[in-house]
Design a protein around this ligand. Structure first.
Ligand SMILES: Nc1ccn([C@@H]2O[C@H](COP(=O)(O)OP(=O)(O)OP(=O)(O)O)[C@@H](O)[C@H]2O)c(=O)n1
Ligand SMILES: [Ca+2]
Length: 482
């Protein structure tokens, strides 16, 4: 009775002391606001922060406001109000809020620095006037984007968690247990992983971390202009070079699909400006052809594999060490593969099947695709054929994944309740929630310790009882008495 009474009072849930944090991911195609929460007492443990809300900002990404910079900030207002509703009002003031802008703003800074500065001031003004604790709005580098994406997925997958017995096991095996990260955005793409050996050929691609008592040497590279929207722009700019009239038969769009593009707009962008020249027409008329093989050949030209100043390269003379371990592939890698039903973890699809699925999707006429998926936005739907082909080109030709290691890529949208992306890693770092050292923890959890003690006590009592029975047989049990 005493034990039960103690157990009940001991395990009565304590009042939840929760902290919140907000990060805005200002991407090239759109902005997302994430609200995270974690138990205040455990904030330095790994795997305790989780996403409780995501809000998609209406309209384009903030870099899309270069012609009306003062509207960039107000576009975030609706999502900020949503965050105010999720977080209890008495905690608003202590809740940190961060904004990180990625490749869209990197490109705008290159194209028009003053417009980029005005956009950033506009968002800063709006965030400062929100009731939260504003911690900064900045354009993050491609390296940071890669690194924080890697931290996020490994934190969520529990790969940094090393307590008690697992730690001993890991130190015996001394293997790299982290997962690589592949991020495909609209304007840039990142690859980040722990290579097998330390290759110091290209120090600018290496990052050094000490997380929870372990050192990591991480390779990362961000390819600006190789996000899926910019890759399409690059392809169109190339196609234009050899055109005699203004209409283009494009194998990467479905048969029957048509799109018109303004040529001067296309070449304004730093990803295509090198290919700018005079054309006798101002509009480009695209007609879909739906030919996957031809599309792959045309995309392949975006990856320059001819010169490599290192022992091995991905493309465009960029160093890439041999691929190592598993990879989590998220954002557009996931959106596209999930749409094509190629992201299943239960029944992973081999590379040849992936290619044949995309090939037959591309071959479907546009009117049929549109009717079959009428609920999906036309902008997304019309580009899944191109995107599927581009993803395979990037992974196969760019990074040289093969049939053999294809199964090591896991397409993931969420891990638990949190989206895979750079934002969580960014917040963990800026709020100092990742400690460099392993928190001193006893090898057993409290529950296991109590369980073990109870078991030991029972064994001890049984042994004593047994011994007592053996050596002090009560008279009634002794032979002959009965
Ligand atoms: N269900 C969805 C959602 C998005 N997209 C597309 O996926 C691309 C990348 O989206 P995202 O990862 O959100 O890119 P951004 O973060 O906006 O871009 P970046 O990281 O390069 O700044 C965009 O072209 C978008 O149109 C898609 O095809 N299907
Ligand atoms: Ca992104």
């Amino acid at each position: 009775i005493a034990l039960i009474a103690v157990a009940v009072t001991q395990n009565k849930p304590l009042p939840k002391n929760v902290k919140y944090g907000i990060v805005l991911d200002a991407g090239s195609s759109h902005t997302n606001l994430y609200v995270y929460e974690w138990p205040a007492e455990k904030e330095n443990n790994t795997g305790v922060v989780q996403q409780v809300e995501v809000c998609k900002v209406e309209g384009p990404g903030i870099s899309g406001y270069s012609h009306a910079t003062e509207k960039a900030g107000p576009s975030l207002a609706q999502c900020l109000r949503q965050a105010e509703e999720v977080i209890p009002s008495k905690q608003h003031q202590e809740t940190p809020i961060y904004l990180g802008a990625t490749a869209g703003m990197r490109l705008l800074s290159l194209e028009n620095k003053s417009a980029a500065d005005k956009v950033m001031s506009s968002v800063e003004k709006t965030l400062c006037s929100a009731p939260f604790s504003f911690q900064g709005a900045r354009i993050i580098s491609g390296q940071e984007e890669g690194a924080y994406g890697w931290i996020t997925i490994n934190y969520l997958l529990g790969n940094f968690k090393q307590s008690g017995w697992t730690k001993l096991l890991h130190s015996l095996k001394s293997i790299s247990e982290t997962s690589g990260a592949l991020d495909l955005g609209g304007a840039s793409t990142q690859i980040t992983f722990v290579p097998n050996e330390v290759y110091s050929e290209s120090p600018e691609n290496l990052l050094y971390f000490r997380l929870y008592g372990k050192d990591y040497i991480v390779y990362t590279h961000s390819f600006l202009c190789y996000g899926k929207d910019q890759a399409l722009q690059q392809k169109l700019a190339r196609d234009l070079q050899t055109m005699e009239n203004s209409s283009l038969l494009d194998p990467c769009f479905h048969q029957g699909y048509q799109r018109t593009i303004n040529i001067s707009e296309l070449f304004k962008n730093p990803c295509t400006s090198a290919k700018k020249k005079q054309f006798p027409f101002s509009q480009l008329y695209i007609q879909g052809e739906g030919d996957y093989q031809k599309c792959r050949r045309s995309i392949q030209k975006l990856f320059n594999k001819t010169n490599c100043p290192y022992s091995s390269c991905s493309f465009n003379g960029i160093y890439l060490p041999p691929l190592q371990g598993d990879f989590g592939a998220f954002s557009a890698f996931y959106f596209v593969m999930n749409f094509l039903n190629l992201s299943s973890e239960q029944s992973p699809v081999p590379l040849d099947k992936v290619a044949s699925t995309i090939e037959s999707f591309c071959a479907r006429p546009w009117h049929e695709v549109k009717t079959a998926y009428h609920q999906i936005k036309e902008k997304y739907l019309s580009e899944y054929c191109f995107s599927g082909a581009y993803i395979l080109s990037l992974l196969e030709n760019g990074y040289e994944f093969t049939e053999k290691n294809w199964h090591r890529i896991h397409f993931l949208g969420k891990i638990g309740s949190s989206d895979a992306g750079w934002t969580l890693g960014y917040m963990l770092n800026l709020t100092n929630m990742i400690s460099a050292e392993d928190p001193a923890m006893p090898p057993l959890s409290h529950g296991s310790y109590v369980g073990l003690m109870v078991l030991c006590s029972l064994v001890l009592v049984s042994v004593l009882l047994f011994a007592w029975l053996l050596f002090h047989k009560p008279k009634c049990l002794q032979k002959g008495i009965v």
